[in-house]
Design a protein around this ligand. Sequence first.
Ligand SMILES: *Cc1c(COP(=O)(O)O)cnc(C)c1O
Length: 435
Amino acid sequence: MVESEMEATVHRIRQSVREHSKWFEDSLPLIASENLVSPYAKELMISDFHSRYAEGLPGERYYEGNRWVDEVEIECLKLAQRVFRCNFADVRPISGTVANIAVLKALTEAGDRVGSCRLAEGGHISSASFGAFGIRGVKPVHYAWDPKLMQLDVDGTRRILLEERPKTCLFGLSLFLFPFPLKELAPTLQEIGARGWYDGAHVLGLIGGGQFQDPLHEGCTVLSASTHKTFPGPQHGIILGETQDEDIRKKLQSASFPGVTSNHHLHTMAGLAVALAEHLAFGEEYAKATIANARALGQGLQERGFEVLAADRGFTASHQVAVRVGKEGGGESAAKLLEKAGIVVNKNLLPGDKSPKFPEGLRLGSQELTRVGMGPSEMTRVAELIDAVLHQGRSPDEVREEVRELKRGFTTLRYCFAAGEAAYRYYDLVGLPSA
Ligand SMILES: *Cc1c(COP(=O)(O)O)cnc(C)c1O
């Protein structure tokens, strides 16, 4: 009885995942922190690597059976240093937040002050007191922000740094439109003896493609990131560095393991190695197309009466566009309405929002639609569909059909080897019978 009931449960779970995949297949995903992985990366995620442990570093493992894991991890480390033009990599953190906790463990002590951005100005929860900063017991020192430029205010931030003298300065954002003025701030960091640390979770793929900024050559020693936002790899984390300081390298390594991981998810590490190789082949072209698409989306929305942030600066220099939708009913209701039409976005706090509970913004990312081959003219069409729902009062169900129609022409994954339609259909790759 229980057996067949549970078998039915298993099939129900599988069915939910199938329906999810199908829904995404004919929708327009614009969540800025998501992406699609290539067929080869996906293949490795369902390999036997998923079943194993490899604590330690290649050649110095605690478990046996790691001969090929070592080969892959050594390759992964080499590729990471090549893609990001640096001399240190650790691919064991299993997510961006875990990478950040490792860096905090390696570079800071409880009670330290650490420079960071406020949440309302785009900072990530891992730099909040109720997030990773709190776990480490460090206190944020917030930079000055220029809401018109949507970047740090250099003079104001200099003053704050000289006064507060944090030992570590974190530069990272989740609402990330423009590069940080790192070169301008570098002399101040030097003056107060602070180490620069860059959180590139959102923009890693753009950095790898050489189209955003190069933090490890603009005054930061360490770069931590997720590997699945603009960098189109498996959900994982990474720490990169440019330093000859053996002490720092050792500290980062021991913070990764045994500090914040035991198992480091070998299947995603192998997928990451593939994604890194593919990024060397296609990253530049992909990053350029992603940024051009974000700009086209910003333009298309502005032309249709939306209040797109940083219009004077061309809306964005990243994959993201930020739109204030106060007059459209606020971020929450706008995002819900768009979801009904198959346009997937998230509500987002914007600088100047009156309450963190009622974000006035929407954050949109162009990277996933770029990966399936869309270009600027499709971005204009996306803006039209958003306008139809939020301004023209068209029924989301009706617009849903037009969304399906638009998406139908884009089912092939680009910027990877073995590009193909199968990339969209995860469950087909597994080859199990359908429910
Ligand atoms: C997404 C994000 C992270 C955390 O990434 P996960 O991989 O989800 O843990 C860290 N920092 C910033 C700035 C982010 O946007």
